[in-house]
Design a binder for this molecule. Structure first.
Ligand SMILES: NC(=O)c1ccc[n+]([C@@H]2O[C@H](COP(=O)([O-])OP(=O)(O)OC[C@H]3O[C@@H](n4cnc5c(N)ncnc54)[C@H](OP(=O)(O)O)[C@@H]3O)[C@@H](O)[C@H]2O)c1
Length: 281
């Protein structure tokens, strides 16, 4: 199964390109031995995927329509899928496939084209985000250049948390810092905040506060109050009692009368329950 890797250079402050698609901030940095790392990465790659702005930048920057042989110098025979809604000029002799729509629709064809190698998502950032949205991004390798831009095209305009990004490698390549992350799909985990819908406690009603209520001609002496803490923070209370004449019927609920001493009892019980819950083991 090929891995899908978003491998791109970024400014120190997270831009892939300037707003007018310039990479001068990157190309001006003395490359030293940085190109060797890119060549080594290329060994892993079976297929490239990119958005139309990235493809058009390559066409312009390298005058590929007039010098199509340069495409092979960069990418060899590897197929390249270009996401676009337009008819773009194709580099003669290169295996370039124009596609559009949901990333998920094309995953099978892209994987098949990768063979036993990996898929390089070249950019831009939103296209890499579309792969992440589809749960189809396995790794991010970012090469950080010693440059910042006041504004530009973002490296990855998505919100991924630490749970989804595991740092798997760091290295210095000349003047660049390379960071590698495995992308994990967020799964339900015990670390997540549990959703508590209610807390319930039972309070004994002191004998002096008990009262008698009737249901279907039977009298009940109310002896306990069940108090529930609702998700909105309010308390809901019901009283339970025993038939005065004895026998079954202990689970019949009754409304709690609006008496200050009962309100105080419920409030004190909730406070005590809070302390007990807080110190549970
Ligand atoms: N720093 C680096 O290492 C690095 C790496 C890669 C790219 N770059 C640069 O970063 C810039 C990226 O530009 P960009 O952010 O605009 O991204 P891009 O992904 O290259 O191009 C975006 C365009 O691709 C097309 N597209 C994207 N998703 C599509 C989909 N699902 N279906 C159909 N079409 C789709 C749309 O245009 P249309 O439909 O109009 O064609 C969209 O406007 C470029 O300047 C590029 O050269 C830098």
């Amino acid at each position: 199964m090929p891995q899908t890797i978003y491998y791109a250079a970024s400014t120190l402050n997270g831009f892939l390109a300037s707003t007018d698609d310039s990479l001068d901030w990157l190309l001006q940095v003395p490359q030293d031995n940085a190109l060797g790392a890119a060549d080594a990465f290329m060994e892993r790659v079976g297929v490239l995927v990119e958005g139309s702005a990235t493809y058009e930048w390559m066409l312009r920057e390298n005058d590929l329509l007039n010098h199509p042989e340069r495409w092979q110098e960069f990418y060899g025979e590897r197929p390249t899928f270009v996401f676009t809604s337009r008819e773009l000029p194709l580099v003669p002799g290169a295996d370039i496939r124009l596609i559009s729509g949901e990333v998920g629709q094309h995953l099978a064809a892209i994987s098949e084209a990768a063979g036993d190698r990996d898929i390089w998502v070249v950019g831009g950032g939103d296209l890499a985000g579309q792969f992440a949205d589809a749960g189809a991004l396995d790794e991010i390798i970012v090469t950080i250049a010693p440059a910042t831009l006041a504004q530009g095209k973002p490296f990855l305009p998505r919100a991924l948390s630490w749970r989804e990004l595991e740092l798997t490698g760091t290295r210095q390549i000349g003047r660049f810092a390379e960071l590698s992350y495995a992308v994990r799909r967020e799964e339900a985990s015990v670390d997540e905040e549990p959703q508590v819908s209610a807390l319930a406690i039972n309070v004994q009603i002191p004998p002096a506060l008990r009262w008698v209520d009737t249901r279907r001609d039977r009298s009940f002496e109310l002896q306990t109050i069940n108090v529930r803490l609702l998700p909105d923070g309010t308390l809901a209370a019901k009283a339970y009692g025993r038939p005065v004449e004895g026998g079954r019927g202990g689970y019949t609920p009754f409304a709690v009368p609006d008496r200050p001493e009962l309100t105080q009892l419920i409030s004190a019980a909730a406070d005590q329950a809070g302390r007990l819950w807080a110190s549970h083991r």
